[in-house]
Design a protein around this ligand. Structure first.
Ligand code: ATP
Ligand code: MG
Length: 152
């Protein structure tokens, strides 16, 4: 089953999130720049001429289409990389994906989502060379599901 993760994060977390995803072997992704608000509805700026409201704040959205079995690892990786503990850190959505077609080759589904040295190629390489636990699983240790303020 194929899923799409949409992760909306602070603009200044773009590089941290991108690099963290690359480290775990996420190769195919795209980003869009967007503006929005969550619970707080924006921010109020106070200047000499008075207070005014900015209700749509700039954010970066990561779009990643991937196999089901990689979803949790990617969510934890994004949370860890994008986390400050402050309001407005962002939000992650997960959707089902109906079909994937690689235009050049006509490959479909999982085949169309494979890249050299990606998260699945690494897993297969590890499984075929080592009979038990090894460094890959250590790298893959999930970050704590609940993080405390200030941890990063
Ligand atoms: N329900 C939603 N649908 C679509 N986009 C959303 C939604 N909620 C938040 N966003 C987008 O995510 C960005 C970050 O939201 P934000 O982190 O403020 O979420 P929140 O739910 O208010 O959490 P927090 O309490 O940490 O601020 C927003 O600027 C907006 O672009
Ligand atoms: Mg908010």
């Amino acid at each position: 089953m194929t899923k799409k993760i949409e992760a909306i994060v602070q603009e200044d977390k773009l590089t941290d999130v991108k690099d963290a995803l690359r480290r775990i072997g996420i190769v195919g992704l795209n980003i869009t720049e967007c503006r929005g608000h969550g619970r707080q509805g924006g921010i109020t700026l106070t200047g000499r001429t008075g207070a005014y409201q900015i209700d749509l704040l700039p954010r970066v959205q990561f779009n990643i289409v991937l196999s089901d079995h990689n979803v949790e690892k990617v969510i934890e990786t994004i949370r860890h990389a994008a986390y400050t503990g402050n309001e407005g850190d962002g939000i992650i959505f997960v959707y089902p994906v109906e079909e994937v077609v690689r235009i050049r080759t006509g490959e479909r589904g999982h085949q169309a989502l494979m890249y050299p040295d990606d998260i699945d190629v690494r897993r297969v390489a590890v499984e075929s060379t080592a009979p038990s636990d090894n460094g890959y699983e250590e790298d893959a240790a999930p970050v704590a599901a609940t993080m405390t303020k200030g941890e990063d």
